[in-house]
Design a protein around this ligand. Structure first.
Ligand SMILES: [Zn+2]
Length: 448
């Protein structure tokens, strides 16, 4: 790091890292470059075949491939050995029945792994086809299982939209005061107030459900914070801190995401730990699978989470920039344990430098803390609007109709869909709150 501003951030980073296991180092390079594999995957086309789907991968030459299924959730994995994606090539799919999305990543140094996320079980079959021009094709057929499946009821077909869970983690607490300003301001107190402010704002935001890792001045281990985020099924984990630096001039906010290095060493640590832990992390019964599988699944989910974390972090930085100075305009990378939840996009925000007398003074004012909380809210909102998770309220996938079941009340339905009673009454021309089982209600889209 060349400039003095970066030095301040580095110090803050080191301070946080003291409590960290297997600490990563900021701004480490990615994995080493490897010799080019022999075969390039050049493209993919897809077509419907009867009740199923056929995918055809075009390869620059013949190579071996492996195909297998995973359940819970249903996936099909295709490994192309000694292969990589050709530069500029895209493996994209049009909307197809049964396929939610396609992901791919380099695997085991010289292979390419493709994962198809499915909406239900399929019977996959594959074969290699050589072409006259020297190229080859891997043909993958996905057919619905032969056994007849139960017909879905209306309710199952259209689950209610999901609220996005934002886990807000006020740093430090209890016997760990965090950084301390010149006036004796303790980081743990300031960040708890900002976190509660953000919680209040998110509570009023349709489609979001905030969860705090701590609500008072208690000590939580880093692992416990992650555990709480996972238990809450977090869509986003945001840890809130205030920075300190021996350089009292250092000012501004920074946003950190986990470095790839930290991520991969964490994956290694998890793998070294009990299989149960890995199992729980990736939601797959790994004991029944190839032992290498756990590793790549973890790797894939982490890659996705890191990419998402970057996007959240950029959105937060843009908003923090509007309310004060930012310490560094780019997203910083670090190996904080608190960011190491492999499948949850996670960011750590250093709101300001508590070691800077002017920023300490500002952090002590309610109005400034509120400005920070609002900037965080706008950043979170901007990210999720641009990337609404499937099935979430923000994705607009809310069913437009609800059939009332015995015992349901209008107010329960209103809160379930995050609409006001008034909106619900108006959309259905109701003059009272009395509803009867079997009655169909229109669910209005809430105006966000
Ligand atoms: Zn801190």
């Amino acid at each position: 790091m060349s400039d003095s501003r970066a030095q301040g951030g580095r110090r803050g980073f080191l301070r946080h890292t003291l409590a960290v296991l297997g600490a990563g180092v900021a701004a480490l390079a990615g994995p080493p470059l490897l010799a080019a594999p022999a075969v390039q995957v050049e493209g993919l086309r897809a077509e419907r075949r009867g009740a199923g789907v056929r995918l055809v991968f075009t390869l620059s030459g013949p190579t071996e491939h492996k195909l297998f299924r995973l359940a819970n959730p249903e996936r099909v994995v295709i490994d192309f050995s000694h292969a990589r994606l050709r530069r500029g090539a895209r493996l994209a799919l049009p909307p197809l029945p049964g396929i939610r999305r396609l992901r791919h990543a380099p695997w085991q140094d010289h292979d390419l792994r493709v994962v198809l996320d499915l909406t239900g079980p399929v019977t996959p079959l594959s074969r290699l086809r050589r072409r006259a021009d020297g190229r080859s094709e891997v043909v993958v057929d996905l057919q619905p299982p032969a056994a007849s499946r139960p017909v879905k009821t209306l309710d199952e077909a259209a689950p209610p939209p999901r609220e996005l869970v934002v886990v807000i983690d006020p740093g430090h607490g209890g016997r760990d005061p965090g950084a301390i300003g010149q006036r004796g301001t303790r980081e743990k107190d300031i960040v708890l107030r900002i976190a509660r402010q953000l919680e209040a704002l998110l509570r009023r935001e349709p489609g979001f459900r905030p969860v705090l890792t701590r609500r008072d001045d208690t000590f939580l281990s880093l692992r416990e914070r992650i555990r709480r985020a996972r238990a809450a099924h977090a869509d986003l984990f945001i840890s809130i801190h205030a920075d300190a630096s021996p350089n009292r001039k250092a000012t501004g906010s920074s946003v950190y995401v986990l470095s790839e290095h930290g991520a991969s060493s964490e994956a290694a640590r998890l793998l070294a730990a009990s299989q149960n832990a890995v199992d729980e992390l990736i939601g797959v019964d790994v004991e029944q699978q190839d032992p290498m599988l756990a590793e790549v699944l973890l790797d894939l989910s982490q890659r996705h989470a890191i990419e998402a974390s970057h996007q959240v972090a950029s959105a937060l930085l843009r908003e923090l920039d509007k309310v004060g100075s930012v310490h560094s305009r780019r997203v910083e990378r670090a190996g904080f344990v608190v960011l190491k939840s492999p499948d949850v996009p996670s960011v750590l925000v250093e709101t300001a430098f508590i070691s800077n007398p002017r920023e300490e003074r500002r952090l002590l004012t309610r109005s400034h803390r509120r400005k920070i909380a609002k900037a965080l809210l706008r950043g979170i909102r901007a990210y999720f609007r641009a990337h609404p998770p499937e099935g979430s309220v923000l994705a607009g996938t809310a069913p437009r109709e609800h059939v009332i079941r015995p015992g349901e009340t209008l107010s329960a339905i209103a809160s379930r869909y995050r609409v006001s009673l008034r909106q619900l009454r108006r959309a259905n021309g109701l003059s009272s709150d009395l509803v009867r089982p079997g009655q169909r209600l229109r669910i209005p889209r809430h105006d966000t």
